[in-house]
Structure formats: C-alpha cells, structure tokens
Design a protein around this ligand. Sequence first.
Ligand code: ATP
Length: 264
Amino acid sequence: MTSIKIPPDHPRAKSLTIREKLIEHYLEGIVAASGLIAHGRGEAFDYLLSEKTSRPALEGIQAAAATLLTAENPVISVNGNTAALVAEEIVKLANITEAKIEVNLFYRSLGRELAIKKLLEKAGAREVLGVGRKASARILELSSERRRVDPRGIMAADAVLVPLEDGDRTEALVRMGKKVIAIDLNPLSRTAQKATITIVDNIVRAAPSLVQAAERLKKRGIGKCREILLNFDNKKNLAGSIILMNENLTNFAEKTVRITNKGE
Ligand code: ATP
C-alpha cells in the first residue's frame, strides 16, 4: 500500500485514485514501469475527451460486445495495467461472452504472470491461460516477448480483446485473420488504427460499459449482434473520436479566450 490519502473533494480525486492503484500494483510487481508511462499518455488523451465516454466509444463498445458474443473462440488478453484497473470486469465479461482469459505481457517474467493470474483468480476467474509453459506457441514476425501465446487461447482465437495493446502485435493478430478489439485512449496510435474495432475510451469506463452491453445484447440474440456489426464502420468511428477531440480543443480555446477577455 502507498501512504498517500487522496481527499475525496480534490477536483482530480478520481484520476489520482487510479494513479495510486497503478502505483500500488507496480509495487506488487503486477504493473510494469513502462505501464505507468503508458497510463500517462492515455490520461493526456482522456483530457481531450473531457474524461467522458463519447458516442463513438459507445458504438465501439456495442460492436465489441457483438463481436465477442458471435465469435467461436473469443479470448481476452490481459496485461498488468488491465489487471490492476479492471480485473473484476474482465472476469464478468469473460463469463457473459464465454471468452477465455489469457495473460500476455510485453515484459514477461514468471513472477508477474503468476501475480496477474492470482489477481484474476481473486476476482473470480476459473482459468487463466498464457502463464509459464502454457504460453508455448509463438506469433511469427514478432520479436518481443508478446509473441508468446497460449495454443488454447490467443493462437486458436477468432476474436481477441486486447486492452492497452501495442501496435506490432495488433497488426500481427489482424494478419493472422483474427478480429482484434482494442481499447485505447489514443485514436492515433498504431493499435487504434490497425484494430478491427477500436474503443477510444478509458478502460476504467469502457470495461463496465462493455459488461453491460454484452449482458443486454446476449438477451437480444445473435441476430441483433449481426445487425450491429453490419452497420459498424471502424474507420468512420475512429474519425468520430478524432473530430470530437478537435471540437473539444476548439471549445477549450474559445472558453480560454472568453476568460482572458473578461479578466482584462
Ligand atoms: P502503438 O504501438 O499502438 O502506436 P504505443 O506505443 O503508445 O502505441 P503502448 O506504449 O503500448 O503503445 O501504450 C499503450 C496505449 O494504451 C497508449 O496508446 C495509451 O494511450 C493507452 N492507454 C493507457 N492507459 C489507458 C487507459 N487507462 N485506458 C485506455 N487506454 C489507455
């Protein structure tokens, strides 16, 4: 545990609490040091979304839920940041969509793999793939440790949810013919651009929404899922997020000018 107490009335209490959670899990060996840097990059883009789930993000969430529900072999890939922030939602989503859960890390060590597995099991996961020798298959063309995958998990999957992914692996998974769903606050990243479905949102908001969307869509049936997917265009949706960030920036600029003028 870290010693910092965040005052609940602090204007950025939510964001600071998330940071503290990541630092705690970093100290416990679950989050990698680079995961803290990646989170900072995400936060910067979240400012441009006014830290709210946007309409394009909601559409991406619907399409992602539909993809997981219609897949033969869906898999949710989990890294340190994802486990630290939304382990319970990942387990719920896996249960609803009958997806497998697989640990996949850029900075692999058996210690981290086991710590993440333990965290997921504490959140209710019955089986966690990709740990130790289980990650015996290799994604060709990738040189990082992320090439190691479980033959029963990502290797055999037709749809993979990859929250907070890196671009190389997204591209490799798409080339392998898999539907890749990314959650990434940066709509300009290679991951966001290359994924089959991109949810431009903070994982702490997107994961619970995804659980809700999957619950609702499961009740409405496969036909509704197919209809959603037929009408979804990832490139248009991504453009929607970029346009929204641009509009928010313009509004911020206009507001700044108004405040400056009032002060004169
Ligand atoms: P790429 O390789 O795809 O071009 P990158 O080099 O930025 O991107 P990483 O360093 O792996 O890739 O960063 C992970 C991504 O995760 C970043 O784009 C960041 O915006 C995003 N990210 C970090 N924290 C969150 C979060 N809480 N929710 C959603 N996205 C996040």
